[in-house]
Design a protein around this ligand. Sequence first.
Ligand SMILES: Nc1ncnc2c1ncn2[C@@H]1O[C@H](COP(=O)(O)OP(=O)(O)O)[C@@H](O)[C@H]1O
Ligand SMILES: [Mg+2]
Length: 311
Amino acid sequence: MIEVENLSKFYGPRLAVNNLNFTVSQGEVVGFLGPNGAGKTTTMNILCCILPASRGTARICGFDIFEQSMEIRKTIGYLPENPPVYLDMTVDDYLQFAAAVRGVAGKKIAAAADRALEKCGLKDVRRRLIGKLSKGYQQRVGLAQALIHDPKILILDEPTTGLDPLQIMEIRKLIQDLASSHTIILSSHILPEVSQICQRVVIINEGEIAAIDSLEGLTASLRKTERLRLRVRSANDDVLQSLKALEGTLSVQQEDDSAFIVESPLGSPFQDKVARLALDREWGIVELSSASMTLEDIFLKLTTEEKELAE
Ligand SMILES: Nc1ncnc2c1ncn2[C@@H]1O[C@H](COP(=O)(O)OP(=O)(O)O)[C@@H](O)[C@H]1O
Ligand SMILES: [Mg+2]
């Protein structure tokens, strides 16, 4: 549905996006994950035909971004980082205006606005001024604007930035609902957001793709061993030695006074063994948990040490 080929963008001499290649299939929800300045917005603007690429190209539903930008605009709904809403218009007026701008036929404008209001949970506030709504509701209006011409694809640039935690949950829920009927690319620099909503992530760093994979794939590819954390009430020399002597242990590190990290080969269930040992010796288990690489660790690793990974 979306095919990106060797896409690069220069701002003057500055290379902001360097040779991106990826595809998005119909119905997929893909997350662009990367720190600020990584090139997420630039890439999205190119896909939406707002910015021309310097090199390479992309096809959206088979249409080329250079040759058929008008067709592409019809298939994409875009929510930019700062929603393009007019604060002194009512929600209703604004959505009807957005529909007209998007070329929805006069007779169908009211129905299009109604549908967008319904999808975004805005019916109760349709006659309110946008400027008087909370940021969360303003963001919903931004989403409704992106949906107004019933596009197949939604491109959402940092859709939860600047919202409070409750609003963030509501917008994520809304995006999850939309995912059943749209192909979605959304960008974020917040990892839990991407892991909650997206099936696949494109990790972008300094204008380049650091990794593309499912979340499970990313975790698996960087996880070479299982790591368990055992925290006990009465740590003594015996704990360290006994854990090391346990069959299957690869290594044991003492994390602090009472916690130990036990490493074992991938796929070997080790919790039971460690638990049994701790119970037998009456160390007093305070915590026994997985200390494997979290997605947070992986993201940091990919965006700070990608050279190491490439080896
Ligand atoms: N209009 C512009 N002119 C010059 N440089 C820009 C412009 N827009 C973005 N950049 C630079 O390009 C890089 C990528 O920016 P951007 O795509 O906004 O990243 P992100 O959305 O991931 O934070 C950044 O270094 C940014 O400073
Ligand atoms: Mg951005």
